[in-house]
Every structure is written in C-alpha cells, then in structure tokens.
Design a protein around this ligand. Structure first.
Ligand code: ADP
Ligand code: MG
Length: 337
C-alpha cells in the first residue's frame, strides 16, 4: 500500500507547560492510510481520537512525530492552508444563512468566480439530495438533512482529505444506521480520503474500509472490519468489537458461532473438547435472533446467539432448561494478551 496519509510516531502531551505533570493524550501513534480509504479511529470516550484528528486538521500541534499528506509535511502548514476539511459533530452550520449560502461559504472566501461557485453548490446539493431545500435555513431542516448540509459544505472545496469527528453522533439510532450507508456512498462517489472518529463499533464496522482501535492514546490493532472481528489480537479488541466469550483465560468464541440445543446431535461425540452443558439462565429476544445466557457448571456464563429462522419452533428452549452448547474448533480465537 502506498501511503497517502502517513502518521509517524505522533505524541500529544497536554499540560506540560503549566508546570504540572504532562498528560499523554496520544501516545506514539503511527498509521499509513491509502488514497480513497474510509478509515475509522475507534475507541471509547477520552482515548485520544479527537486529539489525533485535531492534529491532522492543525487545531493542535503534536508534541513530537510527523504527519505527511501526499508527500507534503502537514505540520509546516497552518490549518487553513492544509488541503483538508474537518466536519464537527455539532455541524456548526450558520443559522442565519440558507442551505445554499452555507455550502457556498468556503468557496466565496476562496474568491472563486461566481459561476464556478454556483456550479459547485448545485453539484453538492444534488450529491446530498437537498436541491429542493436550497433556500431553507438550518432550523427548517431535520437532523439528517442538517448533517447532509454539513457534509456538502465540507466537500464543496474538494479537499484531498476529509476529517469526520463523530459524524452521525447527533442522530438517533435508526436514522444513524440509514445514514451510515448513504454517507459511504457519497464519500465513495467523490473518492475523497476520509478519516473518521467514532466510539460506535457498529458504525466503524459498517462504514470503514479499515479500523484502528484506540485505547489510552495508543493504537491497539489496525485491520479491516472482518479481520478485527474474526481475529482480534487482544482481549480488549475482542471485547470492544462485538460480543465474545473468553474461556480458559485466552480462548475466545463469538456468540453466533456457538450452536445450542436440548440434546447433543449424534455426530457430536460425547467428551469432545468444544462442547459444554449448562442451564439456560436468561433469554433475550431481538427479533431476528435470540441471545441465551447459559450458566455452566464452573459458574461461567456462556453467551450464545441463535438466529430465529422459524416462527414457532417446536422445541424452543426456555429458562431453566438444561442445554448443550458446541462449536467447531475453527470458531475459536486464541488471544495473545
Ligand atoms: N486541550 C486539552 N487540554 C488538556 N487535556 C485535553 C485537551 N484536549 C483533550 N484532553 C484530554 O485528552 C484525552 C483525550 O481526549 P479526546 O481526544 O477528546 O478523546 P476522544 O475524542 O477519544 O473522546 C482526554 O483525557 C481529554 O480530557
Ligand atoms: Mg472526541
């Protein structure tokens, strides 16, 4: 992979100048991101995601390290000269300006010819499907529409790099899920390289070509969504990305890879390693699937997820039933730490 954006050993310490001990918000982060990628920084609140993004944008200066975009040293450029744009969670739309004027704002400041500004704004409106709303003010739009205006405004200046900080954080769950796919379509259609920050693992999995999982300022694992889910290197990643059962301290099995039934099927030889008996302690019905909590003899609880392919299965398990859980050896992952 040829790196378009190259982040090398970037550190950010806060508070060092105040005389007190410095707090390290970003700790020796190195990443290589290719042109056209949608790359997600994923981690819980306070792990340093926004600080890293703000250093790319130029709103914070790294304590040490280097950041290069397309071969150019970004740290030598003030924020407004960097060929990138950042979209904030709050969108920061101008309330007194129309949708059209909001999108045109950055282009006017760049002093582009009028005809070119108009053409660019029209194209952006079309891209985010807001042409009929061009003359509305932000408060006359739904949350999802405001989000699309903010996106159109960020893309209007045709940045080489788009930075999105919790881009869908202001939307409710259902709208967020719909918007994720739509946003990816838009980003791919313009081909912009994108670094997005999110604390929502589903959002990162749905949208990103690759994900860097962060914890306490560090990158713990980088990979494609499937890679992180199927081959988590550490217990932290296994836990953070989806649900997992950790057995014997370092063997992990995802709940949907376990089968569950009242009787062990014939082909499953009794005494094989990957089977265990327990008592159904809890059942949570989610429509398309059900999650069972199986209490094992050793006290551990095994989470098992089963897809609901039948409407009224004859032999459905109930609370307090004895049941067998089993899985194939290839369903297991051995965690290194
Ligand atoms: N300007 C600042 N001064 C001091 N500490 C800061 C500053 N900005 C962020 N931090 C601290 O750095 C850590 C990482 O913050 P942030 O990057 O915003 O996390 P995230 O975006 O992952 O939630 C937090 O502990 C936060 O309190
Ligand atoms: Mg943040």
């Amino acid at each position: 992979m040829t790196a378009f954006l190259s982040i090398q050993e970037v550190v950010k310490d806060f508070g060092a100048s105040a005389g007190g001990a410095a707090f390290r918000a970003v700790d020796r982060v190195s990443l290589e991101i290719a042109q056209g990628e949608i790359f997600a920084l994923l981690g819980s609140s306070g792990c340093g995601k926004s600080t890293l993004l703000r250093m790319l944008a130029g709103f914070e200066t790294p304590t040490s390290g280097s950041i290069r975009l397309n071969g150019q040293d970004l740290l030598k450029l003030p924020p407004h000269e960097r060929p990138l744009n950042m979209m904030f969670q709050s969108y920061a739309l101008f309330p007194h300006l129309s949708v059209w004027e909001n999108i045109a704002f950055g282009l006017k400041r760049e002093r582009l010819p009028k005809a070119q500004i108009a053409a660019r704004v029209e194209a952006m409106l079309k891209l985010v499907q807001l042409s009929p709303f061009a003359q509305r003010k932000p408060h006359q739009l739904s949350g999802g529409q405001q989000q699309r205006v903010a996106l159109a405004r960020s893309l209007a200046r045709q940045p080489s790099l788009l930075l999105l900080d919790e881009p869908l954080g202001a939307l409710d769950k259902k709208l967020r899920e719909e918007t994720q796919i739509e946003l990816v379509h838009i980003l791919k259609s313009v081909g912009v390289t994108c670094v997005m920050v999110t604390h929502d693992q589903e959002e990162a999995m749905t949208m990103a070509s690759r994900i860097a999982v962060m914890s306490e300022g560090r990158i713990v694992q980088v990979g494609e969504p499937r890679d992180l889910y199927e081959n988590p290197a550490t217990r932290f990643v296994a836990d953070f990305i989806g649900n997992v059962n950790v057995l014997d301290g370092n063997v992990a099995v995802r709940p949907e890879k376990i089968r569950l039934s009242r009787h062990l099927p014939q082909e499953q030889t009794l005494g094989a390693i990957n089977q265990v008996q327990g008592r159904v302690r809890d059942i949570a019905y989610f429509g398309s699937y059900t999650v069972y909590h199986l209490q094992l003899a050793n006290g551990q609880t095994l989470k098992v997820s089963q897809s609901n392919t039948e409407r009224h299965p004859d032999d459905a398990l109930r609370q307090d039933d004895q049941a067998w859980a089993w899985w194939s050896p290839s369903a297991q992952v051995v965690l290194t730490q």
